[in-house]
Design a protein around this ligand. Structure first.
Ligand SMILES: *[C@@H]1O[C@H](CO)[C@@H](O)[C@H](O)[C@H]1NC(C)=O
Ligand SMILES: *[C@@H]1O[C@H](CO)[C@@H](O)[C@H](O)[C@H]1NC(C)=O
Ligand SMILES: *[C@@H]1O[C@H](CO)[C@@H](O)[C@H](O)[C@H]1NC(C)=O
Ligand SMILES: *[C@@H]1O[C@H](CO)[C@@H](O)[C@H](O)[C@H]1NC(C)=O
Ligand SMILES: *[C@@H]1O[C@H](CO)[C@@H](O)[C@H](O)[C@H]1NC(C)=O
Ligand SMILES: *[C@@H]1O[C@H](CO)[C@@H](O)[C@H](O)[C@H]1NC(C)=O
Length: 356
């Protein structure tokens, strides 16, 4: 049975999710900063479920950093951290004064992943062996949908940095607005609901991973996006793909101000929606979240093109036809799977429209 190709209803989710048989060592990160209400609620709930959790997250808001690993050149903070949790003058890496398992570092999300693995864990958590069972990133304030976020989003950057260090990672992005953890005063608010949905997804992975086994195969990560929530009810969870009506930016120029800002390209670009890998029959995560459901997309950090005819055509530009086959590098079917957004007009250039 291909469980991943089915829609998991809220009721089914509860019955399918086995009780966790063992606690996971979970390293938590994000890009909104270590004082984020979403992150702190996720931490509280995972801890309550019995997992061994630790936050190492940016000292300040670090959205849109992608996988950039930026390390501060100052040993001590030159300004207070987010929400004045830690004052200026304190070390650039340290802990929340109220919880010694909540660390901040004054750098980007990917830098926090590396500081966690190479400094915080070996020095302060030797039992972790520098190898958490799982890294979670987020839940972000705002969704991260489509392949474009893989170079843009700090939430994803923290996750793929972990995957590249052989640590399984789940990236979570929600649709609620930013809220400081100190402003979360009850259990009935969008930050707690987003954290609750994220924790239930973590528990699906925990419940189906044998003790000592990897949560995800080497090189794999998962991108989870959560729609706007109006209660603690678990929405439907749908297996999805990154591509399919995914957006990419344009540089929009304002003639009055002489300044650029980004806008989403409409109709969507063909380039960011091409489907070469994975199951092109799955719905795009962008559409899944728009329909009020939770999307679960699976990615790998193996960015090599798949072994198909198009790839042969590219190698042939450099090496010519290979091995006297007279027909190409390996000559497989060049008429490969097409763009994921079937039936949509896709932008193939700035001006040209192509019927897909
Ligand atoms: C950082 O602060 C500590 C005191 O917390 C001080 O001893 C140290 O000299 C400072 N380092 C720098 C580079 O300013
Ligand atoms: C937290 O609540 C205070 C008081 O209501 C408000 O001024 C502040 O903007 C809130 N901050 C965040 C980040 O939600
Ligand atoms: C819980 O807090 C939220 C703000 O975070 C507020 O909008 C809501 O009214 C509160 N609910 C209760 C039952 O106090
Ligand atoms: C350009 O910027 C001006 C000044 O901020 C603003 O009033 C105007 O609406 C903008 N024009 C467009 C087309 O966005
Ligand atoms: C929550 O309410 C908004 C606005 O009515 C709606 O768009 C959204 O789909 C709802 N979310 C869910 C999970 O039902
Ligand atoms: C050519 O084909 C032979 C037999 O399949 C293979 O052993 C050899 O590695 C190939 N050479 C190149 C350059 O692809």
């Amino acid at each position: 049975m291909r469980f991943f190709a089915t829609v998991i209803s809220a009721a089914a989710l509860l019955s399918l999710a086995p009780a966790p048989t063992h606690a996971l060592k979970i390293l938590m990160n994000n890009d909104d900063g270590f004082g984020s209400g979403n992150l702190r609620e996720f931490y509280r709930i995972l801890k309550g479920m019995g997992h061994d959790v630790l936050i190492v997250a940016p000292a300040t808001q670090q959205s849109a950093q992608g996988g950039r690993a930026d390390y501060t050149t100052e040993a001590n903070l030159t300004a207070p951290t987010q929400y004045n949790i830690v004052p200026a003058g304190a070390p650039s890496v340290g802990t929340d004064p109220h919880d010694a398992n909540i660390w901040y570092y004054n750098g980007t999300p990917a830098a926090c992943t590396f500081v966690a693995l190479d400094y915080v864990l070996p020095r302060h958590y030797p039992a972790w062996n520098q190898a958490p069972d799982l890294l979670t990133s987020g839940p972000n304030f705002g969704t991260n949908l489509g392949p474009f976020v893989f170079t843009l989003s700090g939430t994803l950057g923290a996750a793929y940095a972990a995957v590249e260090r052989s640590i399984p990672a789940l990236a979570f992005s929600a649709s609620n607005p930013s809220i400081a953890f100190a402003n979360v005063t009850n259990g009935s608010n969008p930050a707690t609901w987003a954290a609750g949905v994220s924790a239930q997804i973590v528990d699906l992975f925990a419940g189906r991973t044998a003790e000592g086994a990897r949560v995800l195969p080497l090189g794999y990560g998962v991108n989870v996006n959560i729609p706007e929530l109006n209660s603690s009810a678990m929405p439907e969870v749908v297996a999805s793909r990154l591509t399919g009506n995914a957006v990419v930016d344009i540089a929009a120029y304002n003639e009055t101000t002489g300044l650029f800002h980004y806008e989403s390209l409409e109709p969507p670009a063909a380039g960011v929606n091409v489907c070469y890998n994975g199951d092109c029959g799955l719905p795009g995560e962008t559409d899944v979240v728009a329909s009020g459901k939770v999307s679960v997309s699976v990615f790998t950090v193996d960015y090599d093109a798949p072994s198909i005819g198009y790839t042969d055509m590219v190698f042939e530009k450099v090496f010519g036809e290979r091995n006297g086959t007279g027909g190409g590098y390996g000559r497989r079917d060049v008429g490969v799977r097409r763009g994921a957004a079937r039936g949509r007009r896709l932008m193939t250039g700035r001006d040209a429209l192509r019927e897909e």
